[in-house]
Design a protein around this ligand. Structure first.
Ligand code: AMP
Ligand code: MG
Length: 495
């Protein structure tokens, strides 16, 4: 009888699993009742070097954890974290499993992880499961971020479990498969530091340098260079988030990726009407993670990262603390420089225009006071920059409750903007201003339909948010800001 060859989808390696316990603990998925495939990201699979894609039934078995993927060796990662400022020495993957790493087409090592696959040694009181809503939200938002070129974990697959999970009420369960440059967080370093085992900490830091920041190895102090590199990546990331109105919602140190990717989407949301103090997450009652607080919080998280690295660094005593503090302070100038660059792009100005900062500041205050939708404003401004017709001007002025002020602003801006005459700047302006974002009410609509068994709205929204500069009729419909009745005021993390 001829042997039936197993289709090889991913060629797994297991470098993280060579690190000492308890950074990685072997553990298995708990099977679910009836896995059914919702979505599989074939282009990402291709990027990961997948050779042969099996049928949806096999995919559902694999990406629910019901059947081990060939070559996978599952384990949970240990990490600690400051949650809303309070230190918890042991969190870890309570409902996630690392299957292994894959070397992608660009030669980069990427983690493949199941989320919602059952209890692990780190589950504490949790059920190890995930409701369908947060799985769909993470799929949509992370793939939108990727389409915008914003560093992020990716969505490889989503599967319904055929089981219910109980949160505020019973909800359908699901398993999400995500791909990350790694799942190493500031909290992973805090966990290693809390073990009071310098060899463990050093093994982790060396792994990270080798994997994410190989140039640091040649620095006078590789661990200081590691800190510098992570600070730079985070500064850039937060500036990119804010340029599209993204509010992460739970910027705990355990949700802060060392590779500088957006990770753990939870109750994230995009700001609609511009408001620096905006918060959507139901659990962020102190408004710690409000839109405009994000840079200061990222910097605070990086200071916690720096503290864990101090024992490995070369200098000692006050001089060491001073050096590390200077590196953390540099976050501010790196963030500002990146933000300025993005603001010039968003406004269609020359790359180093000295007017970018004052013009953006005054537009932000107009958006705030005039109750303007951030995404719609920049989209309309892009249209007006490319073709300054009365129609485009009216469309823009219709977005504010204070048209006279905006008219005055437009005159100052027009004297500066170059996007319409300079093809490079015009491409930069378009690419900085998406037509569509995954709006909260649209994401909610998709989740509501899925809870009724209808996944068509999910696939439609996914198709348009992953082409965020397209202007199809469908995209325009789904891009429109929420009406008063449609507004989603609160989001939940679903844990
Ligand atoms: P999160 O808020 O999703 O970033 O999770 C914070 C911590 O709680 C992490 O250690 C998670 O693994 C854990 N956790 C969240 N939800 C669950 C769950 N349903 N079961 C077990 N652990 C969970
Ligand atoms: Mg988390």
């Amino acid at each position: 009888m001829p042997l039936k060859a197993e289709p090889i989808v991913l060629s797994f390696e297991h470098l993280y699993a060579t690190l000492p316990k308890p950074l990685w603990v072997a553990t298995q998925a708990t099977p679910v009742a009836q896995p059914e495939l919702i979505a599989f990201n074939a282009s990402l699979a291709d990027e990961l070097g997948a050779k042969e894609i099996p049928d949806p039934t096999t995919l559902a078995q694999w990406f629910s954890g019901n059947q081990a993927m060939p070559g996978a060796k599952s384990g949970a990662l240990g990490y600690a974290g400051h949650q809303f400022g309070n230190f918890v020495p042991q969190l870890g993957d309570g409902r996630a499993l690392l299957l292994g790493e894959v070397i992608d087409q660009n030669g980069l090592r990427r983690d493949v992880q199941l989320k919602g696959s059952g209890r692990t040694p780190f589950s504490r009181g949790g059920d190890g499961r995930s409701p369908l809503g947060p799985v769909l939200r993470e799929y949509l938002v992370s793939e939108f971020m990727a389409a915008m070129g914003i560093p992020t974990t990716r969505a490889l697959a989503a599967v319904t479990s055929g089981e219910r999970v109980v949160r505020q009420m019973a909800e359908p369960g699901a398993v999400f498969t995500r791909v990350a440059s790694s799942h190493i967080r500031v909290g992973t370093f805090q966990f290693a530091a809390a073990q009071r085992n310098e060899a463990l900490l050093k093994a982790l830091a060396d792994h990270v340098i080798d994997r994410h920041y190989p140039e640091a190895v040649n620095a006078e102090d590789p661990y200081m260079a590691l800190l510098e590199a992570v600070v730079a990546r985070q500064a850039e990331l937060i500036a990119r988030w804010m340029s599209v109105g993204f509010i992460h919602g739970v910027m705990n140190t355990d949700n802060c990726s060392i590779a500088g990717e957006t990770i753990d989407y939870g109750p994230c949301a995009f700001m609609e009407q511009f408001d620096p103090q905006k918060v959507y997450s139901s659990i962020d009652q102190g408004r710690r993670y409000a839109f405009a607080n994000q840079p200061a919080i990222a910097q605070w998280n990086l200071a916690r990262f720096a503290e864990t690295l101090l024992p490995l660094m070369r200098e000692e005593g006050d001089a060491l603390v001073q050096q590390a503090t200077d590196v953390i302070r540099r976050f501010e100038s790196l963030f500002s420089a990146e933000q300025l660059r993005l603001h010039a792009d968003k406004l269609g100005l020359a790359a180093k225009s000295p007017q970018a900062a004052p013009l953006m500041e005054s537009l932000e205050s107009q958006m705030h006071q005039g109750r303007m939708d951030m995404t719609a404003t920049f989209d309309a401004l892009t249209h007006y920059a490319f073709s300054p017709s009365d129609e485009h001007r009216e469309a823009l002025l219709a977005l504010t409750t204070q048209p006279n002020e905006l008219t005055a602003w437009l005159e100052t801006w027009q004297a500066e903007q170059v996007a319409s005459q300079d093809s490079q700047r015009s491409a930069a302006m378009r690419n900085a201003n998406p037509v569509i974002i995954p709006r909260n009410h649209r994401v909610q609509e998709v989740i509501d339909a899925a809870y009724q068994g209808d996944f068509a709205p999910f696939h439609t929204l996914l198709a348009v948010v992953t082409q965020p500069f397209d202007e199809s009729v469908e995209a325009r419909r789904l891009a429109a800001p929420a009406t008063e009745n449609e507004q989603v005021l609160r989001t939940f993390c679903g844990t």
